[in-house]
Ligand binder design. Structure first.
Ligand code: SAH
Length: 231
């Protein structure tokens, strides 16, 4: 079980490989302060926001906006999620203590993957767009996130080989809870995902109980859609 501000091996490596100047360090601290003020109470998550170099997860042309609390384009019609949303989803996933293994669907830039890698033992992440998968793989390797395994594929079928997972985080909006993913959650495991409803998208936390699943609706969100197949 990870202690409050304790980081996994992935977090320590990030700190060493962050490659950031003083300006970026200050920008991360400002972002972390802003997220705490917006209601992110989990100090582990806030601590990781101060460490992960988000400017390395966006195009150089957008680097000056990397520490704004906003989603940014990453190509292929996709976006790097808003830092508040990354923090909110991570905190919801870890709210019952800690997770050992987490499956992420929608690697995108790899930023959320790096945040998770600093907080859990092992992260598995699946991306359907080959070009994004390649880029994320190179970034996470250069940041020495060694507790991460990436895969190119359709994440809605999960990753049976490594199941069950303590946590599953989906970073694209589904029309319903993907059944095959829910089946890969271990006892007491949690899945955090954006769901599309008639009234818009909401962030949902699903917990596997002895008798089924408990649903909790967290807040409205905006995500790109979860798509089938690969690109
Ligand atoms: N966490 C990422 C979010 C990227 S946006 C980040 O912060 O950078 C969502 C990502 O989900 C996109 O890269 C999109 O290609 C991917 N995606 C959508 N449907 C998918 C599916 N079925 N399987 C795997 N990835 C998917």
């Amino acid at each position: 079980m990870a202690g409050r501000a304790a980081l996994s091996a992935g977090g320590a490596a990030l700190e060493a490989a962050g490659g950031s100047g003083a300006g970026q360090v200050r920008a991360r601290l400002r972002l972390a302060t802003r997220l705490a003020a917006a209601g992110i109470a989990d100090e582990r998550v806030i601590g990781v926001v101060t460490q992960v170099p988000r400017h390395l997860f966006v195009d150089e042309a957008l680097a000056t906006h990397a520490y704004d609390d906003s989603a940014l384009p990453i190509g292929h019609g996709q976006t790097i999620s808003q830092p508040y949303t990354v923090a909110r989803m991570t905190a919801a996933l870890l709210a019952q203590g800690s997770c050992s293994t987490v499956l992420e669907i929608g690697t995108g830039s790899g930023y959320q993957t790096a945040v998770l890698a600093a907080l859990v033992r092992r992260v598995y992440s699946i991306e359907r767009v080959a070009a994004l998968w390649h880029r994320a793989e190179a970034r996470l390797r250069s940041l020495r996130c060694r507790n991460v395994r990436l895969r190119h594929g359709d994440g809605s079928v999960g990753w049976q080989e490594y199941a069950p997972f303590d946590g599953i985080l989906i970073t694209a909006a589904a029309n319903g809870v993907p059944r095959r993913l829910a089946a890969q959650l271990g006892p007491g495991g949690r899945m955090v995902l954006p769901l599309s409803t008639a009234d818009g998208q909401v962030l949902v936390c699903l917990t596997r109980t002895k008798v089924g699943f408990r649903h909790e609706v967290l807040e409205p969100v905006t995500f790109v859609p979860l798509l089938g197949g690969v690109a």
